[in-house]
Write a protein that binds this ligand. Sequence first.
Ligand SMILES: Nc1ncnc2c1ncn2[C@@H]1O[C@H](COP(=O)(O)OP(=O)(O)OP(=O)(O)O)[C@@H](O)[C@H]1O
Ligand SMILES: [Mg+2]
Length: 578
Amino acid sequence: MVKKLAPYIKGYWFPTILAPVLTMGEVAMEVYIPYLMSKIIDEGIALKDRNLVISLGIRMIVCAIVSLGLGIISQWATSKATSGFGRNLRAAMFRKIQDFSFANVDRFSTSSLVTRLTTDVAQLENAFRSIIHMLFRNPVMIVFATVMSFRINRGLCRVFLVAIPILGLSVYIVSTKAHPFFMAMMDKFDTVNAIIEENLTGIRVVKAFVRKDKENEKFQAAAGGIRQAQLRAEHVVILTGPALDMVIYGTTLAICWFGGKQMIAGTMQTGEFLTFIQYIRQILFNLNMLSMVFMMIIMAGASVDRIIEVLEEVPDISDEEADPDLVPEDGSVKFDHVNFTYKKDSDNYILSDINLDIKSGEVIGIIGGTGSAKSTLVQLIPRLYDVSTGAIEVGGRNIKDYKLETLRDACSMVLQKNLLFSGTIRDNLKWGNENATDEEVIEACKAANAHDFIMEFPNGYDTELGQGGVNVSGGQKQRLCIARALLKRPKILILDDSTSAVDTATDRAIREAMRRQIADTTTFIIAQRISSVHDADRVIVLDNGRIDGFDTPDNLMKTNKIYREVYESQQKGASENG
Ligand SMILES: Nc1ncnc2c1ncn2[C@@H]1O[C@H](COP(=O)(O)OP(=O)(O)OP(=O)(O)O)[C@@H](O)[C@H]1O
Ligand SMILES: [Mg+2]
């Protein structure tokens, strides 16, 4: 565990080591002070030596000041090391997640990744802070205080030397028992975060369907789940409390008993006894603290496992064997006996035996019922998912021969669930091409029929978009996403239901503009409306993950039953409405 996490201390080793070293100095001072105290009582006061009392008093003050100074610097170092460690860890996790394929993300779920990046890292930071500060402070304090109390009275020390192993054992037993409970607790956090995320991103839907009460109930149940898991975990942990108390009070009682006897017999002085009690308190108090630190480490243990899971996840899709200089020659696409399933170990294919041969520059329509795997089919081209069996070629080469970056640069995809990010419209568009000039941006927006509405905003291209692009309409968002994809000047352009929210006339205008501007680009248009694909060169008709027809629209009208039925039902609908 330590070996896996140590690399993330990089850049912060100095404060990480400085903190415990200074803490040890601080502790030495704290332990020395009661010793001086006993000398003042037993030598200075008993012998009425005023000068001795003053010199010992000054020494005490100096010790206190030094201890304070060391304490402050060590706290500073602790904070610096902890925040640095947290930063490194978060950055590393984030970088890793960026390499995840969709399948990796599906496996963790987004909300669990969010919890792991936030709550789990915070837990670990807490533990790290305790480790470099307390974990050294407490044992050192215990050792020093034990040594000092040995110097005062060897016999009495035996009492608490018995107590320490008992305590250690109980902490160990509790910690091993509690771990699985804390693991379960963190999983419950995932559930709560999932509900929060869903409800906040989907707040409009929640309101529209008046789901408030239902969602509240769901949240209550999930929050209750955390409470229960927490209680279960803490029921185990709480056992250390009484065990500790028993040892502490038992020890104090035993010392009073034996120490009292020695004082009566005259073999121990008052100052010695008081100081001894002081040391015993320090020791037991620190044992208590130590057990708390252990608890924190146990709690963080669950988080560490969850963090390491992310850091060690192997990205499903890698391009290590790819040729870095290989660039797709053109936009031709070939599917060769492709089968695909989302679940790795299932033979239940979502796409079965797909064979396609598409020339560069063709416009390909894709239609099919919902769930017929249209989105799945096109997502395989930029390797958002990898085929289960079979192969896909772009520009005459297997897509696995290209670097992911090269491949994805060559194919622009407007996802069905597309998204804009906070920032200005211009910033968002430039995701397509960072170096695009203003003219190019405007040209792409004109092709996507977005220029006119952008200019209607008071700030035009500098209009700030809210998170996820909340302040533009669905149709406007779709057009911005198309413009963003066009700016890439891709060899292959995939539009997954990207004009569903714009009217038929605009839809046609966009297609015409694209035909003019990007005539060489192979374009895939997934659509529910037959009018969106009827001017395509060829159309794929998908039915339940299989190709039912692949031909020109005219031929499909004659030969393909599904195509004809969809056409007729939509024509009928149109004439009834019109
Ligand atoms: N990430 C995923 N994990 C597991 N199964 C999925 C995933 N995405 C889609 N599926 C399943 O794959 C099948 C095909 O889904 P796909 O999204 O490709 O359909 P579609 O034709 O695009 O539908 P629509 O017209 O509604 O967009 C569906 O049965 C769906 O349940
Ligand atoms: Mg789809």
